[in-house]
Ligand binder design. Sequence first.
Ligand SMILES: O=C(O)CCC(=O)C(=O)O
Length: 255
Amino acid sequence: MLNWNQVQAFERDGFVTVPSVFSRAEVDVLLEGVELSLAATRKVGDMPDAAGRSSKISLWMDTRDDVFGLVTRHPRLLNGVRELLREDVYHWHSKVMLKEPRVGGAWEWHQDYGYWYNDHCLFPRMISCMVALDPATQANGCLQVIPGSHLLGRINHGRVGNQAGADPERIAAILERMPPQYAEMTPGSVLFFHCNTLHASGPNTSEIPRRAYICCYNAFSNVPYGQKGHGKPESVVPVADDAILSFARQAKAAV
Ligand SMILES: O=C(O)CCC(=O)C(=O)O
C-alpha cells in the first residue's frame, strides 16, 4: 500500500521510489530466476545503444506461473498501480533488463508512451514498476528521470541508434529547464513511473551488474483500439503475498 506522501510525489513528479517492497530473500529468488532460468524459458534480445554497446532485455506479455509471472502478478505492484491510476489495470508487458558489468549499454531519453501511443492507446494511463535486483547507482547505469516531465505531453520519438528516442532538440530544451535526477535504488525497492515521464540511463562502467524487472500495466479504460497493443485486457489474478518465497520452497523440495 502506498501512503499519501508517495501518491502525492507520483502526481507531482511522475515517479516515486518505494524502498524495501521486496525483501532480501525475495530478491535472491528473483535473481536466481534471472541467473538460472531466464535464458532457458524466455527470449533474451539485444537493443544496442547509439555507441553500439549491448543493452540486453527479455520481454514477455503472459502471466504464467513461473517466478517471472509471480512478479508481474504480485499484489505489491498491482495494488500500487491501481492506487496511482485509481482504477483496475491489466498486464501490458514485463521485462528483465540486464545491464552487464563494463559492457552494458545506455538507454536514450524517451517516454514509454512514445512507443505505446503507436500501439493505439488513446490515453497516457499506463505505469511501469521497476524492481531493482542489484544496487542501482550512477556507476552501473541507474535510471535517470526528469521530475515533472509527465506533464509535458507526448513528445515525438524517432530512431536514436537502435533504440527509439524522444526528439533530441526538444530533449535539449527540456534539460536546460528541468534537471534530471538519478534514481539510485537498493535491491527490492520499486520505482513506479508514469508512461509520459522522460527517462534514460547511462552505460554500466562498473564491475557490478545492474539487473531489474520492469512490469508495465495499462488501465482498463485505455484498452487500445483496433486490437493492437500488448498483453490481454483481462483481470490479473494476484498471487498470494508470500508467493515468491513459497515458489522457492517448492522448487527446493522438488529437487
Ligand atoms: O533499464 C533501463 O535502464 C531503461 C529501461 C527503460 O527505459 C524502459 O523500460 O523503458
